[in-house]
Write a protein that binds this ligand. Structure first.
Ligand code: B12
Length: 487
């Protein structure tokens, strides 16, 4: 028997949908599987003790979704917590331990070594987990397990990441407790595809999901929506990188939802690029139940968009907001402030432009999480080298809370030096109390006011959000926060 464990305990709680898909493929292969959900447990240590008391699975699989919260300056790091969980499980069972999940895949080799696990899986888990169980039962030919990291005669070996072109996932969605996650998280996720073929310099998605677009059959997606609806879940969030890449697939998914008249029954939110987007797609999305879009805007300054290697232009943001308004879709624009070349002038240009075009919300994220093996890492190599000497001076472009050498497994951020010593204060001054913006958190210790709380869009230990959801709020987190602010 295989035991799958969810290790994500962030609040508001987000369901480990990867485990729902994994369990479906394991069952399809005729294997037995059980779930231990630490995300829903009041006391995770006790839950583990109770579970392993009297059970001896043949393999324990841990899902690791977030390596850190990607949020400066909180910079919460979860890899040590994973290691403690692994140590605890080892004291309770002899079963080998495998770890997978998006947080794992981004840093696969580094986490494998740090957390002292037996196996790791980089990329899709469905084919890998079935192949691993079979090899453990058979010839132990681990080179045949897609995406596997393992020890081979003491040496760490890594198979190429598992990113199969054809993805046919289970649509039952009945392994994890989705209704409980709906109550605690106000929404449930589903995927319409995997992978992203864009090359934004900072993004980790190519590391975890691959650079080929791997599309799901629209009819499979609609089946899954119906499975979730049957469980009473009628607010969803897509879990793809960007819903409108490619546009044709986004449209086909909406058409299928519309053909089955699901748009009246379900409300959903999505992440999207500002382009391609047009009135035909916006109309189809609205009819299919889309009520909110969070656009990857990044900047409204052309030079910064170029630096980030975005293909859209600032005028696309104008169209995006207009199309959302015309179709009654709430609109959020996510910004990424502080990248290479950012100056107070480019920040001002972006903020003024966003104020003018008037989305419902704008996320003024400040500081870019530097991921290993991305273009960003290469571009800022000189700064990384300089900072590697151990300087953690505030003025440095590399912001981190840990001492010693640079280690990108630990939360490490970039903020352009031109923004000065207190960049968050600079950005806040420019936002000037405009309630549509979620402001960057300050590096300067200060008392938290109620308005700070409502501006906090770090969805980690976000009590305000968790309370609102407990009291019945449903929807994307930014939309719930927006409604709290405008009430
Ligand atoms: C959608 C999304 C959200 C939505 C979730 C909506 C919902 N209801 O599900 C929202 C907006 C709420 C959100 C919030 C956050 N998110 Co988010 N999110 C995503 C996104 C786009 C998809 C995640 C997902 O569900 N994927 C689909 C599932 C099926 O894939 P999967 O989990 O990877 O599982 C597969 C494999 O990994 C593997 N697998 C999984 N488990 C296991 C276990 C074993 C044993 C094996 C073998 C394999 C395996 O198999 C699965 C199927 O193939 C990812 C980026 C991405 N493209 O994945 C970011 C991402 C996970 N988020 C991230 C972050 C940081 C956050 C926040 C912490 C941000 C913040 N500070 O507020 C919060 C945390 C929320 C919380 N409370 O947990 C980061 C994590 C990066 C990191 N450094 O760790 C990511 C990677 C984005 C990024 N590049 O920055 N997020």
């Amino acid at each position: 028997m295989l035991t799958l464990i969810n290790t994500n305990r962030m609040t508001p709680a987000i369901g480990p949908i990867g485990l729902d898909y994994l369990a479906a493929s394991v069952r399809r292969a005729g294997l037995e599987v059980e779930m231990l959900d630490l995300g829903l447990a009041d006391r995770p240590d006790k839950a583990m003790k109770d579970y392993f008391d009297g059970r001896n699975p043949e393999l324990v699989g841990l899902s690791f979704r977030n390596a850190d919260d990607c949020f400066w300056p909180s910079a919460d790091w979860f890899v040590p917590g994973l290691k403690s969980t692994v140590t605890m499980i080892r004291s309770m069972t002899d079963a080998p331990i495998v770890v997978g999940g998006v947080g794992f895949s981004i840093f696969a080799g580094a986490i494998y070594k740090y957390a002292d696990i037996d196996f790791g899986v980089c990329g899709d888990g469905e084919p890998a987990i079935v192949a691993l169980v079979k090899q453990l039962r058979g010839k132990r030919n681990f080179a045949d397990v897609p995406g596997l990291i393992w020890r081979d005669n003491g040496e760490v070996s890594e198979n190429p990441p598992s990113w199969p072109d054809s993805i046919s996932l289970g649509t039952e969605r009945n392994f994890i407790d989705n209704p409980a996650y709906f109550e605690r998280g106000g929404q449930c996720g589903l995927e319409t595809k995997r992978g992203c073929n864009r090359n934004c310099i900072y993004c980790a998605d190519p590391l975890s999901k691959g650079t080929r677009l791997r599309l799901r059959n629209p009819s499979e997606i609609a089946d899954e929506v119906q499975s979730l609806l049957a469980q009473g879940i009628d607010v969803l969030h897509t879990c793809d990188s960007e819903f409108n890449v490619p546009r044709s697939h986004a449209y086909a998914v909406c058409e299928e939802l519309n053909r089955r008249s699901l748009g009246d029954k379900v409300r959903w939110y999505t992440y999207m690029l500002p382009a391609p987007f047009d009135s035909e797609l916006a109309g189809a999305m609205a009819r299919a139940g889309c009520v909110g879009i969070d656009f990857t805007g990044d900047s409204a300054c052309e030079s910064m968009l170029k630096t980030y290697n975005q293909r859209h232009h600032r005028e696309d943001l104008v169209t995006a907001v207009r199309l959302c308004r015309e179709n009654n879709i709430a609109v959020m624009i996510d910004l990424m402030l502080g990248g290479p070349g950012e100056t107070p002038e480019t920040v001002r240009e972006t903020i003024e432009f966003i104020k003018e075009i008037g989305p419902d919300c704008a996320g003024a994220a400040l500081g870019i999480r530097i991921y290993p093996r991305t273009a960003m890492e290469k571009i800022i190599e000189p700064e990384l080298r300089q900072s590697a000497s151990g300087q953690t001076a505030k003025k440095s472009t590399i912001r981190r809370k840990y001492p010693g050498p640079i280690d990108l497994l630990k939360p490490t951020f970039y903020i352009s030096e031109a923004l000065g010593e207190n960049p968050a204060e600079l950005v806040k001054d420019m936002i000037d109390g405009d309630q549509r913006f979620f402001e960057p958190a300050s590096e300067i210790e200060q008392d938290t006011t109620e308005s700070d709380e409502a501006s906090d869009y770090n969805y980690n230990e976000n009590d305000l959000l968790a309370r609102a959801i407990e009291n019945g709020a449903r929807g994307a987190f930014w939309h719930i926060l927006h409604q709290l602010r405008t009430k």
